[in-house]
Design a protein around this ligand. Sequence first.
Ligand code: NAD
Length: 503
Amino acid sequence: MPTLPAQLANFIDGRFVPPAGGAYLDNIEPATGAAYGVVPDSDGRDVQAAVDAAAGAFPEWSATPAGERARILLRLADLIDANLDRLAEAESTDSGKPVSLARAVDVPRSAANFRFFATAILHTSSEFHETDIASSGPSPSSGQSGRAINYTLRRPRGVAGLISPWNLPLYLLTWKIAPAIATGNTCVAKPSEVTPMTAHLLAELFGEAGLPPGVVNIVHGTGLGCGSEIVRHPEVPTISFTGSTPVGRWIGETGGSMLKRVSLELGGKNPFIVFDDARLDGPAGAIETACRAAFTNQGQICLCGSRLLVHRRVFPRVLEQLAEMARAMRPGDPRDERTQLGSLVGAAHLEKVDSLVKAARELDGTVHCGGARPDPASLPARVRAGAFYLPTVISGLNPSCRVEQEEIFGPVVTLQPFDDEDEAIALANGTPYGLAATLFTSDASRLHRVASVLDAGIIWANCWMVRDLRTPFGGMKQSGVGREGGWDAVKFFTEAKNVCVRL
Ligand code: NAD
């Protein structure tokens, strides 16, 4: 394993610096339960220093030609690729996810985020409207005649506050940093205090990539002690947040009262619908895909399909085969390249997941497999004290009970049968969330009909988690406000100015 720094530091104005208050939090490896380093427990003073650095760097960075900004971001992407092993091993150690997953998904996607926005800014165009003044509608200009042209300028907004969660640490942090700085903003980024390591390692690459000091500042610490200081800071007009719905609600209220622009990517309780005409078996069939959608990253992806809705005719078959697949998945040491199922992010989160499974039992749900921690003797000696949980399949719950309504964010999937399309749609839409939905059917008309009425910002049909970075990403209802990705991200991080010129 690579040697990871034992004491992390904030990265402000191009330098690693200790927290002003000198306080640190333990950084725990969830697969062992042991602290393997410390992370700054920053406060308002550190946030102030980071905002000062970002504000100081803004005039020059925002005036840097797009082609030069793109070159720097592309170099950063190449450096991430060159450090693939070190970053993947760090992500796995810090979060408990299998190193194979971090190597195949988290780290390559982080490089892709920089590449995508580096090139996007070279290819975006601006809106243009030609106006016939006389027929442009009643206005004080009605007496005028002739033509005018309108064009829209897009300018960076200043210092962006970027706050990200622990489940895809580098992947989601770079999904915010890349569009923010590509469009000419500078930023103060706060990774989750639970998984800070890869943000620190990323900062080690900034200088080599040629990123000027102050463009990206990273402040580590808790949500209350440090994240809230970013949200409340008057010189941070833009906040991009990914995390839980309760925290998002507070950020929305606080940022809204200060008239900030806020993007909120929040929790989900995503339905995965299997119609009786779907291809069930084989690779990429409905059952294998449902299994991946439920248990990838130990079920800790906001897009996981945690509510499996299955047509009654095929319900017994889907339930039986899914439970069989889940039983065959054995948690192992995340460092082992063969491990498919790692540890949850920590002991406290494991308790939360387990308490919802206990609630399912009390509500007369049937737990077909899992529903417990693995026998420690079944785990390699190094990870016997880790936060492991067996893949869990539950049926028989009332769709309105809390286990079917609350986000569990762990390796737990519940199944509900349905009799027809209307019932499937009602069940799918019957939670406060609206992030993602998946449906499997071989009937093209049904596919488009159902997709059009599902309450979800992201819909996959006959696939799951296929991502094109140009598409709008985000949720409705309690899953968030706003969209990230592609043109939406460019718009979010820029201020539109319409210029109207009478010809
Ligand atoms: P969380 O809301 O507890 O924390 C997210 C981040 O916000 C962390 O960096 C945390 O320190 C910070 N934070 C906490 N309180 C804060 C406050 N008052 N002010 C400012 N910052 C604060 O979420 P989590 O447990 O880290 O992540 C899991 C959640 O994230 C799940 O609900 C999951 O669905 C959601 N998520 C959503 C998406 C999406 O794209 N919609 C993606 C990944 C995760």
